[in-house]
Ligand binder design. Structure first.
Ligand code: M3L
Ligand code: AKG
Ligand code: FE2
Length: 421
C-alpha cells in the first residue's frame, strides 16, 4: 500500500504498519530520505471524500475527488497563498519565483481535514485546500472545457429556438444582458431586436458588452457597395463563408452587423458554425484536424485605394486549439485573404490542401448553412473566432453598419455576470 488513505480503518492500519510502508517506485537511497516523513504522517478523515497522497522524489502525488494529481514542488511553493507570498487584495503574487530553489522539497507534509500543509526547508508553511488543488491542477483542468458550447448545424440551431433579446432589456437589465451573452457564448451568434436603425444605437449596444475594437476600417463602420475600400465586402458580389481579419495577428473577436437599409433583392447573410465543421473533421480524419491545427499560415491585406494604404499580415494555423485539452478556441478561415504559403515544405503543403479540402467540404454542406436576412432593427453579433459569415450577392442600395469588439472585454462582461467564459 503506497498510498496513504484517509479512512479511519486504513489510517489505523497504517499506524500499525508504521515504518513498513513500501515505496515501489523509489530506489533505495531516496527511500531512506523519505522514511522520516512516513513516520510523522498524521491522518484526518475528510468529510465525504477519501484522500490519499504520497511524496515522491520529484513530485507530490494526490488522489482526491476521483482525480489523481501530480504536483511539482516548485509549483507548490510558487502558488503559496500565504500573506507574504500572495496579495489577496489584488490577487497578485508577491513571491519572487526566481528566488525559489529549483530543487526545493518540503521538509514536512501534513493533512488536517481538507487542508494540506507543506513546511519548506526554511520553515515557511504553505496551505492548500484539497478542493482548490483539484480545481487548479493540470489533471483537474484537462477534464474540463474552458468554454461550454453547443455546436450547431442549421437544424440544431433552428430547433433550439434561441430567443432574441429585446433592445431595452439588453440595455437596461442585467438579466437581459446575461441571457444574451449566455446564448452568444453557447452558439457563437446572438440577436438583439427592436433596435432603432442608426449607427449611434448600434454603437450603444456594442458598448454595453465590450470595448469597440478600432481597426483600419474605423471604429464604427458604415458601408455600402461603393468600393470605397480595397475589399470585395464593399461591392455587391456574393462572399463565400469566411472569418474576418485573419490578417491580424489577433483576429477581431466579435463582429456586429446592423443592416440599416436595403432597397433591392438578395443580400442574405450566411452563418456557419466553424467549430461544428471542425468537429466533423476531427471525427472523420483526426490526422487532418491535427495538421490544420499545426501548419502556420499567413493571411494578408494589401490595400491601395484612395487615401487608404494598408499592408497587414497575420500568422497562425486554421484551427487553434488549447494543447492540454485539445479544445478549439479560434478558427481562421478566409480563402480570399489567405497569403502565399511559404511556411512549410511541398509534401506538407499537399497534405495541408487535402485537410483544407475536408474542412471546406464540411463548411459547405447545405445542412450546415444558416441563412438570415438582416433587417433594420435586428442586430447580429457574431463570434468571429468561431462562426463564419458570408453573403449572397444583391441588387439595389444596401447599407450595413457595425463594428468589431475586443474578445477579452466581452468575456470579462460575461464572467462578471457569473457566466462560464
Ligand atoms: C466589416 N468590414 C466591412 C469593415 C470589413 C471588411 C473586411 C473584409 C476582409 N476581407 C476580411 O475578411 O477581413
Ligand atoms: O455584406 C455583408 O453582409 C457582409 C460582408 C462581410 O463579409 C464583411 O463586411 O465582413
Ligand atoms: Fe466578412
Amino acid at each position: 500500500m503506497w498510498y496513504h488513505r484517509l479512512s479511519h480503518l486504513q489510517s489505523r492500519l497504517q499506524d500499525l504498519l508504521k515504518g513498513g510502508v513500501i515505496y515501489p517506485a523509489l530506489p533505495q537511497p531516496n527511500f531512506k530520505s523519505l522514511l522520516p516523513l512516513a513516520v510523522h504522517w498524521h491522518h484526518t478523515v475528510s468529510k465525504s471524500l477519501t484522500c490519499a497522497w504520497q511524496q515522491h522524489e520529484d513530485h507530490f502525488e494526490l488522489k482526491y475527488a476521483n482525480t489523481v494529481m501530480r504536483f511539482d514542488y516548485v509549483w507548490l511553493r510558487d502558488h503559496c497563498r500565504s500573506a507574504s507570498c500572495y496579495n489577496s487584495k489584488t490577487h497578485q503574487r508577491s513571491l519572487d519565483t526566481a528566488s525559489v530553489d529549483l530543487c526545493i522539497k518540503p521538509k514536512n507534509i501534513r493533512l488536517d481535514e481538507t487542508t494540506l500543509f507543506f513546511t519548506w526547508p526554511d520553515g515557511h508553511v504553505t496551505k492548500y485546500d484539497l478542493n482548490w488543488l483539484v480545481k487548479n491542477s493540470y489533471e483537474g483542468q484537462k477534464q474540463k472545457v474552458i468554454q461550454p458550447r453547443i455546436l450547431w448545424n442549421a437544424e440544431i440551431y433552428q430547433q433550439a429556438q434561441v430567443p432574441s433579446v429585446d433592445c431595452q432589456s439588453f440595455l437596461e437589465t442585467n438579466e437581459g444582458l446575461k441571457k444574451f451573452l449566455q446564448n452568444f457564448l453557447l452558439y457563437g451568434i446572438a440577436f438583439v431586436e427592436n433596435v432603432p436603425p442608426t449607427q449611434e444605437h448600434t454603437e450603444k449596444l456594442a458598448e454595453r458588452i465590450s470595448l469597440i475594437r478600432e481597426t483600419i476600417y474605423g471604429r464604427m463602420w458604415y458601408f455600402t457597395s461603393d468600393f470605397s475600400r480595397g475589399d470585395t465586402a464593399y461591392t455587391k458580389l456574393a462572399l463565400d463563408r469566411h472569418t474576418d481579419t485573419t490578417y491580424f495577428q489577433e483576429p477581431c473577436g466579435i463582429q456586429v452587423f446592423h443592416c440599416l437599409k436595403h432597397e433591392g433583392t438578395g443580400g442574405r447573410t450566411l452563418l456557419v458554425d466553424g467549430f461544428y465543421a471542425a468537429e466533423q473533421v476531427l471525427q472523420k480524419a483526426p490526422e487532418e484536424f491535427e495538421l490544420l491545427s499545426k501548419v502556420p499560415l499567413k493571411h494578408e491585406y494589401i490595400e491601395d485605394v484612395g487615401e487608404c494604404h494598408n499592408h497587414m499580415i497575420g500568422v497562425g494555423p486554421v484551427l487553434n486549439i488549447y494543447p492540454w485539452n485539445k479544445e478549439l478556441y479560434l478558427i481562421r478561415y478566409n480563402n480570399y485573404d489567405r497569403a502565399v504559403i511559404n511556411t512549410v515544405p511541398y509534401d506538407v503543403v499537399h497534405r495541408w490542401y487535402t485537410a483544407h479540402r475536408t474542412l471546406t467540404i464540411e463548411l459547405r454542406r447545405p445542412e450546415n448553412e444558416f441563412w438570415v436576412k438582416l433587417k433594420p432593427g435586428r442586430v447580429l453579433f457574431i463570434d468571429n473566432w468561431r462562426v463564419l459569415h458570408g453573403r449572397e450577392c444583391f441588387t439595389g442600395y444596401r447599407q450595413l453598419c457595425g463594428c468589431y469588439l475586443t474578445r477579452d472585454d466581452v468575456l470579462n462582461t460575461a464572467r462578471l455576470l457569473g457566466l462560464e467564459a
